[in-house]
Design a protein around this ligand. Structure first.
Ligand code: FMN
Length: 419
């Protein structure tokens, strides 16, 4: 059996699966239940000056069978007092000394940051996470994503924290930015021990067409919220890969965003994360999903003769290249398995109207036929096909050598050199 024990920037936990700072980590009751269920760590719901929340506060994007494909919230940080939070955190740490308990924090002044750090260290937290990501409510007050979007401020506040903290400091980044490497490098300059990403994405999930009110409605009005859940995983994976590949970025990464199954978690590890954090999936399915995360990851490691997450970490990030580094002579075309095809013809419609008119219908036969000479190998038919493994993309031997854009005859610089 592989070893899932984790040492993340000096924070030890029985496994790399942590609860993200969010409603599942609101109380000691919840975090203790989570640890009993098998979670390795928990980032407490963000501590700060107590705020007041609105009602209602969640909206969701439903897609097919998943009613929370994307979850949106307009909730702020903890609405409980610092004293109550610290008391419960202390109880958790006493009962679960070997699990990771991280204090997420968000404050305005240096004095407030320092005061909370001291009080958290006194009750035995294992580390800190600085919430520079909340994209609603707190950023209007100069906190949350307002910090994550400004590398100078990000560096300054991080250095306030690192000059005081004796425990590891994780900076949690906002995805509401064009270049994630800028705040990540600023956090590194500020002395952070690690980063975590992503926090939620600016969003409005929809409008109630009967009442003509935006979701989630607060007495008929709303505000943009933070988007998370399965829909955001592709954005998070890309941002994690950008940090893994950056030559100057050296900190460990905690991956967050849409992790629901062990496969999602392994994808984050392969992209360069050392731990993952989960919020929406726990809000949807509860703490028990950690069994799938641990067992599935363990079996995956065993099946690849790997001993730990470190063996997986980052090995796929370097397979993400610039477009111009891809082989233009590599070619696949679609193949429909007639035994599996149910004749729905969704692939035909998608290709005919939405792609390259490379699928034909044969009179008297529901099963479409690929026009092999015409197919550009775009994948669309296999993506819309409702039957698993019915349409596969098959490699064609072109006999041509690898060809990069810099050497392609259509490259304007090639044409210029001909003249
Ligand atoms: C209702 C709700 C409240 C959240 N509150 C916080 C918070 O207080 N602090 C924080 O850093 N992130 C907060 N988050 C963001 C999550 O920690 C996490 O970064 C995000 O949801 C992406 O992970 P997921 O796709 O697993 O949900 C919150 C998310 C949700 C849905």
């Amino acid at each position: 059996m592989a070893n899932l024990e984790s040492d993340f920037a000096g924070i030890k936990s029985p496994n790399p699966f942590w609860l993200a700072s969010a409603p599942p980590t609101n109380t000691g009751y919840q975090v203790m239940n989570a640890f009993k269920a098998g979670w390795g760590g928990a980032v407490w719901k963000t501590l700060g000056q107590p705020i007041v929340n609105v009602s209602s506060r969640y909206g969701a994007l439903a897609y097919k069978n998943n009613k929370m494909m994307g979850l949106n919230n307009i909730e702020l940080i903890t609405d409980r007092s610092l004293e109550i939070n610290l008391q419960e955190m202390k109880e958790v740490k006493e009962k679960f000394p070997h699990h990771a308990l991280i204090a997420s924090m968000m404050f305005e002044t240096k004095e407030e940051w320092h005061d909370c750090i001291k009080r958290c260290e006194d009750i035995g937290v294992d580390g800190f996470e600085l919430n520079y990501g909340c994209p609603h409510g707190m950023c209007e007050r100069g906190m949350g994503s307002a910090v994550g979007q400004n590398p100078d401020v990000c560096e300054k506040i991080t250095s306030w924290v690192t000059e005081k903290a004796t425990k590891p400091v994780i900076v949690k980044l906002t995805p509401n930015i064009t270049d994630i490497t800028k705040p990540a490098l600023a956090a590194q300059r500020g002395g952070a021990s690690a980063v975590s990403l992503i926090n939620t994405i600016n969003s409005v999930t929809g409008i109630n067409l009967d009442t003509m009110e935006p979701n989630p409605s607060v007495a008929g009005l709303s505000t943009h919220g933070g988007y998370c859940g399965p829909a955001v995983k592709p954005i998070a994976l890309n941002m994690v890969s950008e940090l893994t590949k950056h030559p100057d970025f050296k900190l460990p990464i905690s991956g967050i965003g849409g992790v629901e199954t062990w496969q999602d978690a392994v994808e984050f590890f392969l992209m360069g994360a050392s731990t993952v954090q989960v919020c929406t999936a726990v809000m949807h399915y509860g703490f028990k999903i950690v069994t799938d995360l641990t067992e599935g990851t363990n079996e995956y490691l065993d099946s690849h003769n790997m001993k730990s997450i470190a063996d997986l970490r980052g090995i796929v990030a370097n397979k993400l290249k610039k477009w111009e580094e891809l082989d233009l002579n590599y070619k696949v075309i679609a193949h429909i398995d007639p035994e599996k095809c149910i004749g729905c013809q969704l692939c035909y419609i998608a290709c005919e109207d939405g792609a390259h008119q490379s699928i034909a219908l044969v009179p008297g036969n529901r099963i479409p036929v690929i026009k092999e000479d015409h197919c550009v190998g775009c994948n669309l038919c296999s993506l819309v096909c409702p039957v698993e493994n019915c349409i596969s993309m098959v490699k064609i031997e072109t006999g041509k050598p690898k060809l990069l854009w810099k050497d392609h005859p259509k490259n304007p610089s090639k044409q210029a050199s001909k003249v």
